[in-house]
Write a protein that binds this ligand. Structure first.
Ligand code: C2E
Ligand code: CA
Ligand code: CA
Ligand code: CA
Length: 279
C-alpha cells in the first residue's frame, strides 16, 4: 500500500488492529481452553513461621495453549471475567484444588489447607454459596480446610447480599482471607463488617523489607491491625531470608513466596507434604 502521510489515524491504526486481533484470538482460544484440558493448577506452599512446616497451598490457575504458549493468569483472568468465563473456570479451579487437597489428606494422613482465589464476578452470582458448598462437598474435603481469597475491591459494595454470602460461607467453616491487603481501598470499615479470618500482606510491602522504612511501617501496622482484630496473617512474595526473619520477629503467622517455592505442579507440591511428615 501507498504511504498516505502521517495523520494520526494512520499512526495508531496498526497497533490497534494487532491488539484487537490478539484479544480476539485469546478470547476464542480461552472459550475452548476448559474443554480442551488446557487449564491446570499450580500450588504454592504456605509455610508456618514458627514450625517451619508447610501448612497449606495456594492454588493458582495456569493456561497452556498449543499455539499461544503459556499464558499468565494476569493476562487471561481479566478477559475471563469480562466474558463470563470466570464462572466455569472458577468452578474448575475450586473443584480441582479441593479434590487435590482431599487426595493428599487420604494419601498422607495429614490435613492440608487449600487457598482458592474467588473473583468478584463469581461472588455476585445469586447461588454462589450453594455452588461452593456443592462443589467442595463433592470432593469430600472438610470445609475447614478451604480458604477463600477475596480482594478488598470485592468488599467495597457494602451490600446486604455480599454480607449474607460471606456470613454463610464463614458459618459453613470456610476461612475468609483478604488478598493483596492494603493495596485496594483506603477505607477499612469493611474489616469490621465482614467475617474475615486472615489478611494477606501484599508483595509490594514485603519486597522492601527490611530496608525500606515505609514498607517496614506499613507491614508492622498491618500485623498490629490483624492481631487486634484477632485475624491471622500470611505474607506473600517472600523472596529472601531477611524478609522471612523480619516477618518471624514481628510475629507474622505464615509466609508464601519464591524463597520456599514457586508455584509448582501437584506432584512437586506433594514433596512438601512428605517432608512435613518426615520431621
Ligand atoms: P495473587 O492471588 O496475588 O497470587 C500471587 C501471585 O504472586 C502469583 O502469580 C504467584 O506466582 C506470585 N508470587 C508468589 N510468590 C512470589 C514471589 O516470591 N515473588 C514474586 N515476584 N511473585 C510471587 P500468578 O500465579 O501469576 O497469579 C497472578 C494473579 O492471577 C493472582 O494474584 C490472582 O489475582 C490471579 N489468579 C491466579 N489464579 C487464579 C484463579 O484460579 N482464580 C482467580 N480469580 N484469579 C487467579
Ligand atoms: Ca491470591
Ligand atoms: Ca495476593
Ligand atoms: Ca499480590
Amino acid at each position: 500500500a501507498k504511504n498516505q502521510g502521517k495523520n494520526s489515524y494512520q499512526m495508531y491504526q496498526p497497533e490497534m488492529e494487532s491488539k484487537n486481533i490478539l484479544r480476539f484470538s485469546l478470547e476464542s482460544a480461552l472459550r475452548r481452553a476448559l474443554e480442551n484440558n488446557e487449564l491446570l493448577l499450580h500450588y504454592q506452599p504456605q509455610v508456618d513461621l514458627i514450625s517451619n512446616q508447610t501448612t497449606g497451598f495456594e492454588a493458582l490457575v495456569r493456561w497452556n495453549n498449543a499455539e499461544l504458549g503459556l499464558i499468565s493468569p494476569t493476562d487471561f483472568i481479566p478477559i475471563a471475567e469480562e466474558i463470563g468465563l470466570i464462572i466455569p473456570i472458577g468452578e474448575f479451579v475450586l473443584y480441582t484444588a479441593c479434590l487435590q487437597a482431599q487426595q493428599w489428606r487420604e494419601r498422607h494422613a495429614v490435613d492440608i489447607n487449600i487457598s482458592v482465589n474467588l473473583s468478584g464476578r463469581q461472588l455476585i452470582q445469586a447461588n454462589i454459596v450453594e455452588r461452593i458448598l456443592a462443589i467442595v462437598e463433592s470432593t469430600g474435603l472438610p470445609f475447614n480446610l478451604l480458604t477463600i481469597e477475596l480482594t478488598e475491591s470485592i468488599l467495597m459494595d457494602h451490600s446486604k447480599e455480599t454480607l449474607d454470602k460471606l456470613e454463610k460461607l464463614s458459618q459453613s467453616g470456610f476461612t475468609i482471607s483478604i488478598d493483596d491487603f492494603g493495596t485496594g481501598y483506603s477505607s477499612m470499615s469493611y474489616l469490621k463488617r465482614y467475617p474475615i479470618d486472615t489478611l494477606k500482606i501484599d508483595r509490594s510491602f514485603v519486597s522492601g523489607l527490611p530496608e525500606d522504612a515505609n514498607d517496614v511501617a506499613i507491614t508492622q501496622a498491618i500485623i498490629a491491625l490483624a492481631k487486634n482484630l484477632d485475624m491471622k496473617l500470611v505474607a506473600e512474595g517472600v523472596e529472601t531470608e531477611e524478609q522471612l526473619e523480619f516477618l518471624r520477629v514481628h510475629k507474622c503467622d505464615t509466609a508464601q513466596g519464591y524463597l520456599h517455592s514457586r508455584p509448582v505442579v501437584a506432584e512437586q507440591a506433594e514433596q512438601f507434604i512428605l517432608n512435613k511428615n518426615d520431621r
